[in-house]
Ligand binder design. Structure first.
Ligand code: MG
Ligand code: MG
Length: 637
């Protein structure tokens, strides 16, 4: 379908916005009046610049508080409209969005509103322009598309049509099944937005929390399916106002926006209809995005760390304390493979490689994840269809080429499959019997990432659209220095789990992690064990530094969960945290951060516990902050 976006959806100047919108692949834009007011130059230049970028100007908006007014006010409104029609002529915008009146003195006589809109359409027709009437969900009289449609139908002017906006329809609890029965040729434009269900008024939700389709909780695919059932074959356009996008770079927002529309089209094409006139689907006249299907992701094949010569040995020592053995060295590169159980860790200090450039930017850190999929090349093809750049690394003679993409955060995601996995270890000189011992840790449980401000929704969309992962519920965690928002994405078998964290304050552990990393990055890697007390004992014996948990914490969990004294003592001695959900239990402890970059978490899940110990996050973050404080105190002594 033709794709457009309202300039209000992006941050930046009008020119920056147009450039970002064109670069992302959009066909057109809706120009918001404020963007013109702030533009310091002739309006004709905007028209020419958009044309040079290959963008059509589809719509001019908003024109407010027009219909259902007194005759006197109506005259003034028409005069006001005439000035905007002149402006639209210069801009080359064919359609004006008139939103339903939110004034205090609005007539409830639909015939009056219809007559006034008819007259406006007459004026517009003289300029060869059209009027689209949109119901705002907080309009004084007109709040729903069917009410707006009744007025448009009554006015019955060829230059007057309806504008639909998924936000206004889906923000209200009303049944919207009649939408699919509208005549498609009378719908002049369709705007799309999603939002989380936060239990606030549509107005507040709209001003601060609108998001791109696929980022919120609204049934935007169902809405678009109903729109297509009307026979509508025009443009779909995004109109977002959000606190997140206001602080994000326009280029990134535009890329997310475009990806969200493609993902929406894919969902509309593949999901069964839930609401609306399904038989009307036969009338669909548009092409919908059709990428290779989402990969089946079975889990994490390996985690790759970038280190330098100075960090390599201390990191190998830490891995040894965690029970990893060096399985082998790469045949031609400065790369080692470590493993135990199903966990494989690649440590890369190859000069002049991606790992090195990542290290220079971020310090010792996770530079890549390899995902186990059913078909690595299909996964790569899908990612590319969603506008993600593929990564081609330097390959030595007889080395395996693993399909890879660059994640939103700049690290790599490799796609491995049966064939690639079978060949993977042949790149390494594997030491005989290296993997034969019974493992202390068995598999990767989850990998937590810290994200820069304003990037949570877009990162979730990336994982949903590109990798087919599903988002879990959002949680808010309290750090001693501010709030951290967390949302995990996972595959359905839960063999890939990635909690994503974002901080509102600059001083939280999450925010420090983001600024230390110069961007987003993995801040902890959680590894599963079948016996956490034994794991804690062994780590201690091997000299691993464990994050110390304040003793008061244990009084609290005894009060909350009534654990017996013996068990509680064992947990306290080992600095193990505890959570329970129904019959499920979660036990976990942390190593001290490595070079202030990342740390390991050791976890044991019992009885089907399915979460991440969120109630313990505050004590973990406070304990981390305390060690940082004492390190600073020591440094100052
Ligand atoms: Mg709208
Ligand atoms: Mg964790």
């Amino acid at each position: 379908m033709r794709k457009s976006i309202a300039t209000v959806s992006l941050s930046g100047t009008l020119i920056e916005k147009l450039e970002a919108i064109a670069a992302a692949g959009f066909d057109g834009v809706e120009i918001f009046e404020n963007d013109l007011l702030f533009y310091n130059g002739p309006v004709r230049d905007v028209r020419r610049y958009a044309a040079d970028l290959g963008l059509s100007i589809d719509l001019f908006q908003p024109f407010r508080d027009f219909e259902g007014v007194s005759d006197e006010q109506h005259k003034r409104n028409l005069a006001r409209a005439e000035r905007k029609f002149d402006l639209m002529g210069e801009l080359g915008a064919p359609l004006m969005l008139v939103c339903s009146n939110v004034g205090t003195d609005v007539s409830d006589d639909d015939a009056r509103a219809a007559a006034q809109l008819y007259e406006l359409a007459e004026h517009a027709a003289r300029h060869q322009l059209k009027i689209g009437y949109e119901a705002l969900s907080w309009g004084t009289r007109v709040r729903t598309f069917d009410h707006a449609w009744r007025i448009v139908e009554t006015a019955n002017h060829p230059h007057l049509g309806l504008i639909l906006d998924s936000f206004h329809t889906l923000a209200l609890p009303d049944d919207w099944s009649s939408l699919a029965g509208l005549p498609g040729q009378r719908i002049f434009f369709v705007q799309l937005a999603d939002a989380p269900r936060l239990g606030m008024t549509p107005l507040t939700l709209s001003r601060h929390f609108r998001s791109f389709p696929g980022q919120g909780d609204f049934d935007v695919p169902g809405f678009l399916r109903a729109v297509l059932a009307t026979g509508y074959a025009g443009t779909i356009s995004l109109e977002i106002f959000s606190d997140e996008t206001r602080s994000a770079l326009p280029r990134l927002t535009a890329e997310d926006a475009f990806r969200s529309l493609r993902f929406l089209e894919e969902q509309v094409r593949s999901e069964p209809a839930r609401q609306g006139n399904t038989s009307g689907m036969m009338r669909r006249r548009v092409e919908l995005f059709d990428p290779p299907p989402p990969p089946v992701i079975r889990g994490i094949r390996f985690v790759e760390f970038a280190v330098d010569q100075r960090n390599e040995e201390p990191f190998a020592v830490l891995l040894g304390q965690l029970g990893f053995r060096r399985l082998g060295r790469h045949r031609s590169k400065e790369v080692s493979l470590f493993g135990q159980g199903d966990i494989r860790i690649v440590v890369n200090r190859e000069p002049d490689s991606f790992a090195e450039s990542y290290f220079l930017m971020h310090g010792p850190s996770v530079c890549a994840l390899a995902l186990e999929t059913n078909d690595a090349l299909a996964a790569l093809g899908r990612a590319e269809a969603y506008g993600v750049a593929r990564f081609d690394g330097r390959i030595g003679p007889n080395e395996l080429a693993i399909p890879a993409i660059r994640s939103d955060a700049g690290s790599l995601i490799y796609f491995s499959d049966h064939e690639i996995a079978a060949n993977f270890e042949t790149d390494f000189e594997v030491e005989p019997e290296a993997a034969s011992r019974s493992p202390l840790l068995t598999r990767i449980d989850h990998i937590a990432e810290a994200l820069p401000d304003g990037r949570l929704d877009s990162t979730v969309l990336f994982y949903r659209a590109v990798l087919g992962l599903e988002p879990e519920a959002s949680v808010v965690l309290a750090d001693p220095y501010g709030l951290v928002h967390s949302k995990a994405v996972s595959n359905c078998e839960r063999t890939l789990r990635m909690p994503l964290n974002i901080s509102e304050s600059r001083n939280t552990v999450t925010a420090r992690s983001v600024s230390n990393y110069a961007g987003a990055g993995v801040h902890h890697i959680a590894l599963a064990t079948d016996d956490i007390l034994a794991a804690a004992d062994t780590l201690k014996m091997r000299g691993a530094e464990i994050l110390r948990i304040p003793v008061n914490y244990y009084d609290d969990i005894q009060a909350r969960f009534g654990l017996d004294d013996k068990r509680l003592d064992a947990l306290r001695d080992a600095n193990i945290l505890y959570d329970r959900d129904g019959d499920g239990e979660f036990l976990h402890f942390y190593t001290m951060p490595f070079q202030d970059r990342f740390y390991f978490e050791i976890v044991q899940r019992l009885g089907g516990y399915d979460s991440y110990g969120a109630p313990n996050a505050p004590v973990r973050m406070a304990a981390l902050a305390a060690t940082r404080m004492s390190a600073r105190d020591l440094a100052e002594l």
